[in-house]
Design a protein around this ligand. Structure first.
Ligand code: NI
Length: 200
């Protein structure tokens, strides 16, 4: 059982803080996301901040960064998106060669209109795209990227909830294939350096 214990500890370490004030280690069922996992990504159909349908095929030809979050997230998502913005700034003029994408984990509240406002926040990537959709559409994307996300009630009201979630930044190459994953511990410089070879 020693092996199982070590595995559990490693898994807990992988689950980065969610949007709860006190993120707890979470037992995850199903596939585990890890660095170097080539099975991340896949087909999805979502709606962008302008209400237009977008699929994974929409980004073929352009390397992209994918982050899952939600607009009501108090700190983790803004920090992740600012980290993304800082990393892209490190690329200088080459930052236009990569497409940053936010996919909502909260389709019930995150309308395209709300996403349109949110993606313009200070420090976020300038050309950030915000994708949302029906809960079913979002679920497909969540599963494709093996993201852990769980709705957590904060009170009696059905609208009073937050979402615990992993906060990785996924680098997908111009063919939409998984290339790398970054955590909150990666500096903008580190992320930029790993992105550079994919911009050619
Ligand atoms: Ni968040």
């Amino acid at each position: 059982m020693k092996h199982a214990l070590i595995f559990t500890a490693a898994l807990s370490a992988l689950i980065l803080g969610g949007c709860n004030a006190e993120p707890k280690p979470v037992a995850q069922s199903g596939p585990v996301t890890s660095r170097g996992d080539a099975n991340v990504g896949g087909p999805y159909t979502l709606v962008n901040q302008d209400g237009e349908t977008v699929t994974q095929a929409s980004f073929v030809g352009t390397p992209h960064l994918v982050f899952f979050g939600f607009t009501y997230c108090p700190d983790v998502c803004p920090m992740g998106l600012q980290q993304m913005g800082a990393a892209l700034d490190e690329l200088g003029k080459d930052k236009t060669k990569i497409q940053p994408i936010l996919i909502s984990l909260d389709p019930e509240r995150d309308t395209p209109e709300l996403m349109a406002q949110y993606i313009t926040a200070n420090g976020f990537p300038e050309n950030l795209i915000g994708l949302t959709g029906t809960p079913e559409q979002v679920d497909v994307a969540v599963k494709a990227y093996r993201v852990y996300a769980k709705k957590v009630s904060l009170g009696e009201d059905v609208d009073d909830y937050t979402i615990d979630h992993t906060s990785y930044i996924y680098l997908m190459d111009k063919n939409g294939k998984y290339a790398a994953v970054f955590t909150k511990h990666d500096s903008p410089e580190t992320i930029a350096a790993q992105i550079k070879p994919y911009l050619k």
